[in-house]
Design a protein around this ligand. Structure first.
Ligand code: SAH
Length: 236
């Protein structure tokens, strides 16, 4: 009798601890599903590769632990050093606007938390990402390596220079805003390549710049609000 009770008690303890352990992950998976449906799909992003990546990547692991409960909310979040992780919708929108294919080689300017790089790495072959704030660059590199990404390459440096050794790129995604489209980055696009970039100081527009045989095509996509793309000499 005693034995039976202790056995039942053990089963109960096991069941409770399993629930306690399993709950947080399920909780975040559900939040991601809801985020993708309500904030991204309903607003018109339809590229299944992008939606799949946004469902897969655990955004809460890219924000400071104290901000985790807000990770799936519909706004950007502070990540330290005066920088932010972009709003989920904007990450999805920019990824779709870059018209990515599975074999693409992509340059990202502004690694920040590494979240946009992870989304891109789910979709394309290789991602090269540059961050000017050293501690952010180092933290993001460690985070993404620990997550097992082997197709993301990191550089601490000034994004205005691009990554000439790895150019040309099929797409460039810029996640900080310069005042004008940097010609150096246009030069590092393949013919047929696309750059998605916020431009402006207080008032900013998101552009898609496409390099064609005939020249540069510039499309205005959306009003946005990004942190400024700083020049090398102002780097921390
Ligand atoms: N893509 C990031 C969000 C970026 S916020 C994410 O998913 O979390 C913009 C980032 O651009 C900041 O981390 C900022 O430090 C960086 N940045 C600003 N100017 C830069 C420059 N000239 N070169 C490289 N990175 C720059």
């Amino acid at each position: 009798m005693n034995k039976d009770i202790s056995f039942l008690f053990m089963l109960l303890v096991l069941a409770v601890s399993r629930v306690a352990l399993a709950e947080p992950e399920d909780f975040y998976v559900r939040q991601r599903e809801q985020m993708v449906y309500e904030q991204i799909k309903m607003r018109g992003v339809s590229d299944e590769k992008v939606l799949g990546a946004m469902r897969y990547v655990a955004r809460h692991l890219f924000v400071p632990p104290a901000r985790r409960s807000a990770a799936y909310e519909d706004h950007p979040l502070a990540i330290g050093y005066g920088q932010t992780i972009s709003q989920p919708y904007i990450v999805a929108y920019m990824s779709e606007a870059a018209l990515l294919g599975p074999g693409d080689k992509v340059l990202e300017i502004g690694t920040g938390s590494g979240y946009q790089a992870a989304i891109l790495a789910q979709i394309v072959e290789e991602v090269y990402t540059i961050e000017i704030v050293r501690p952010l660059a180092e933290e993001a590199k460690k985070r993404l390596k620990d997550m097992g990404y082997t197709n993301i390459f990191f550089r601490h440096g000034d994004g205005y220079k691009g990554w000439p050794q790895e150019a040309p790129f099929d797409a460039i995604v810029v996640t900080a805003a310069p005042d004008t489209v940097p010609q150096v980055l246009v030069d590092q696009l393949k013919t047929g390549g696309r750059m998605v970039i916020p431009v402006g100081s207080f008032y900013q527009e998101l552009y898609r710049v496409t390099k064609t045989k005939e020249g540069i095509k510039k499309e205005t996509l959306l009003p946005v609000r990004f942190v400024p793309m700083v020049h090398g000499e102002k780097a921390k």
